[in-house]
Design a protein around this ligand. Structure first.
Ligand code: GLT
Ligand code: MN
Ligand code: MN
Length: 396
């Protein structure tokens, strides 16, 4: 406690007093281009439609999204082919749309580090795209993905995300998953061929999800994707794009999934958002449900050598109007920066670091090995976890 009766953190100069705290905090957690924050056009463009209700917000033009995100301090946007170019556009229409979009990007000093392909919206994909049992649909899906890779190359993207939302099943009698795996593998191999044939400097990042929109989606987790990638013709060109919410939908700890991807040298991209376990696909504002889990993910990204963009794949609540959508976007970036600040505090906190040191020192005592004694030892993790809680709750 200081003389005002306020709790003081380890950084004496940063005492937050009523009123002034808001101003200081707003200035401190202002995103800049160096933070490399990106948003999918489909995220701020989400119109709040759900299986039970109609859209609640108007269509957001891609140019408006770019402009408003730039003003908030974002680095760039990402997109599906059809977020920008309609599925039935002619080559001339495509060229004109891309030219105009490039003009807006330049004007707003915004980048497109990642593009992806929509292989889930059109009715033709209702039983899968690259894993459809209809060869003509598989071919069409592959061509559409190649065209999206070309679009990404035109826009300067270095990553192509492949999310197989419709690659799955409800009726397992209808499709042998071994066939599906073989078709999926052929599909991804053809995409790496396309990248190599054209000399593009682009890598593919596969995104897992356990379910929604299919009852079961193939390669349901990031771990499953990593095993699949090892079976490809050009595994060096393919990595993963883990999404926090998707790992949580599978009941997993995203921190561990992202760590496994990093360990494998396969964390090519990331989708940051949040999710309450056991719910429908929520795509919540980053860290809004589980700030502690998000803290560890930020810690991993900041300390584990991840160089890519910090990409948000989330959307605003259905209750929001367009201004609420950009409050949502601002919130994603701001929370990331606040958690990044907590990561620094964690590294500098004398009590946390002291405790970690003593835990480590004790674990080095080996001679002679005493099985019974090790069984009775306390690890002090309750104390450690409480210190982290207090750090995150703002009293350290
Ligand atoms: C879709 C999905 C996301 C994917 C996008 C990329 S599309 O919005 O819910 O998780 O990342 O295709
Ligand atoms: Mn995603
Ligand atoms: Mn999602």
């Amino acid at each position: 406690m200081n003389s005002h009766g306020l709790v003081q953190g380890p950084h004496d100069h940063q005492v937050f007093e009523p009123g002034m705290g808001v101003a200081i905090a707003a200035e401190r957690f202002q995103p800049t281009k160096q933070d490399r924050f990106t948003f999918g056009l489909w995220t701020v463009g989400n119109r709040g439609r759900d299986p039970f209700g109609a859209s609640v917000r108007p269509t957001l033009a891609p140019g408006t999204a770019v402009d408003r995100l730039a003003k908030l301090g974002a680095y760039g946007v990402t997109l599906h082919d059809n977020d920008l170019v309609p599925i039935d556009a002619t080559p001339d229409e495509r060229a004109a749309i891309v030219r105009e979009f490039q003009r807006v990007l330049a004007e707003c000093d915004m980048r497109v580090p990642m593009v992806t392909v929509n292989l889930f919206y059109d009715p033709v994909f209702k039983d899968g795209a690259l894993t459809s049992s209809v060869p003509a649909i598989r071919r069409y899906a592959g061509d559409k993905a190649k065209a999206a890779i070309d679009l990404g190359n035109d826009l300067g993207a270095e990553t192509f995300v492949l999310w197989g939302g419709r690659e799955g099943s409800e009726v397992d009698a209808a499709k042998n998953p071994l066939d599906a795996m073989a078709w999926y593998r052929d599909g991804v191999n053809a995409l790496t061929e396309h990248i190599l044939d054209n000399g593009y400097s682009m890598r593919i990042a596969m995104e897992a999800k356990p379910n929604e929109p299919r009852g079961d989606i193939y390669l349901a987790t990031t771990g499953a994707m990593l095993a699949f990638i090892a079976t490809l013709d050009h595994p060096e060109l393919v990595g993963v794009n883990p999404e926090i919410a998707h790992e949580k939908m599978a009941g997993l700890n995203p921190y561990h999934s992202v760590a496994q991807a990093l360990d494998a040298g396969k964390l090519f991209h990331i989708d940051l958002n949040d999710q309450k376990p056991g719910r429908f696909d929520q795509d919540l504002r980053f860290a809004s449900d589980d700030p502690k889990g998000a803290f560890y993910v930020v810690k991993l990204l900041e300390e584990g050598g991840y160089q890519g963009p910090r990409h948000f794949d989330a959307h605003a609540y259905r209750t929001e109007d367009v201004d609420g959508v950009f409050e949502f976007a601002r919130g994603c970036m701001r929370t990331y920066l606040i958690l990044k600040d907590k990561v620094d505090r964690f590294a500098q906190d004398p009590e946390i670091q002291g405790l970690l040191q003593s835990i480590r020192a004790r674990s080095q005592a080996v001679d002679p090995f005493d099985r019974a004694a090790w069984g009775t030892v306390g690890y002090a993790y309750e104390q450690l976890d409480q210190l982290v809680m207090e750090l995150l709750l703002g009293v350290r």
